[in-house]
Design a protein around this ligand. Structure first.
Ligand code: GN1
Ligand code: MG
Length: 338
């Protein structure tokens, strides 16, 4: 009703892919929308997200009018965010003839997705980054994530800590991944750029010819390092199975997807990245997989307070899955020079 729509004339279809926000498609024969409820316990300041999106939309429509940017629609009272007792909501137009995919089925899809994320960062290379609100402080701060993991081991569920001994040992043995991250923070060759921070392939809209149209799910767009975006693509496109897979023998690093991510991202970012950054392309994958492993494991040890769990050991399985993926990537890293 805030948008002047009559809910009885719409079909409401729940889209349950994300772990954090709740999403619905709202459609009838004439109109088609995406409705989203922002998870306010994680995103403490939904207004900050709305303000970032507004600035991107203004900047891109001024400088790149042909670029497809999906901005939230305004309510009857010209707001881009609705705050009602049930929570914070926003409405997007559904992009006609677009679709999403949950996994890359051919390397060409990985190329297209990587190109779209690279393009977004490139188009915003001269955007005044200091104006952006930090929607999730320290989201990809691996030092802090490591501290939170250590804290979980001090205060968490004793039984789950014992059960996790092997994973904990692997994480501790690979602390060099955290140390490299710390060195990056002091490396003048690394630049802060407009970074998406959640580059899974379901955050890309594809057209009917399976070409990338644009990127979505922009809540975590903040100043960041390119290793976050490249890393989450490596984390989520390289293997034929996702972080939810329980049969770890199916986890595999597919060379042709690695090449596709590199080529797609570099087709936009080749001239933006410094030589020092390019050397850390594969490190990005290690950084993100390691961080996701410790986030899942810390949450498991903290009794699933962040991600929740649909079955008893889900976050333990997810952490173990990510550790196997990291081992596979580390076996390959020397074979590739970017
Ligand atoms: C969360 O909600 P979703 O699935 O887009 C998480 C990401 C993780 C991802 C793991 C705000 O993203 O960081 O990589 O789960 N987002 C937040 O599936 O924590
Ligand atoms: Mg997301």
């Amino acid at each position: 009703s805030e948008y002047g729509l009559d809910k009885n004339s719409f079909e409401v279809i729940s889209i349950s892919d994300g772990l954090i926000n709740q999403t619905w498609r709202i459609k009838n024969s004439e109109e088609d929308f995406i409705l989203q409820k922002i998870n306010h316990s994680i995103f403490k300041d939904p207004g900050a997200i709305a303000s970032n999106l507004r600035m991107f939309d203004d900047y891109l429509s001024l400088n790149y009018p042909d670029y497809l940017f999906v901005a939230p629609l305004k309510t009857l009272s010209k707001e881009e965010l609705v705050c009602v007792p049930e929570g914070y909501f926003r409405l997007f137009p559904f992009v006609k003839t677009s679709h999403t995919i949950n996994a890359a089925r051919v390397p060409g899809e990985a190329f297209e997705a990587a190109k779209q994320f690279g393009k977004f960062t490139r188009l915003l290379a001269h955007f005044p980054i200091e104006k952006l609100a930090i929607t999730l402080p320290d989201f990809h701060n691996l030092s802090l994530r490591y501290e939170q993991f250590q804290q979980a081991m001090r205060n968490g569920d004793k039984k789950r800590i014992v059960q996790s001994a092997e994973l904990i040992q692997f994480i501790e043995e690979n602390i060099h991944i955290v140390e490299t991250y710390r060195s990056i923070l002091n490396n003048p060759e690394f630049k802060l750029r407009v970074t998406h921070h959640d580059t899974k392939i379901s955050n890309v809209l594809f057209n009917e010819q399976d070409k990338g149209l644009c990127i979505i799910d922009l809540d975590t767009v903040m100043p960041g390092h390119f290793i976050s975006d490249v890393g989450d693509m490596l984390r989520t496109y390289l293997s034929p199975v996702s972080e939810e897979e329980k049969d770890f023998s199916k986890i595999e690093v597919r060379d042709e997807y690695l090449v596709a991510i590199r080529d797609g991202y570099m087709s936009e970012m080749e001239n933006e990245l410094t030589a020092g950054e390019k050397k850390h392309f594969i490190y990005g994958g290690k950084f993100m997989i390691y961080m996701q492993a410790i986030r899942f494991l810390a949450d498991y040890i903290n009794n699933d307070i962040y991600y929740g769990a649909k079955y008893e050991d889900q976050n333990f399985v997810r952490a173990g899955n990510q550790v196997v993926l990291l081992q596979q990537l580390m076996q390959k890293e020397n074979l590739f020079s970017i």
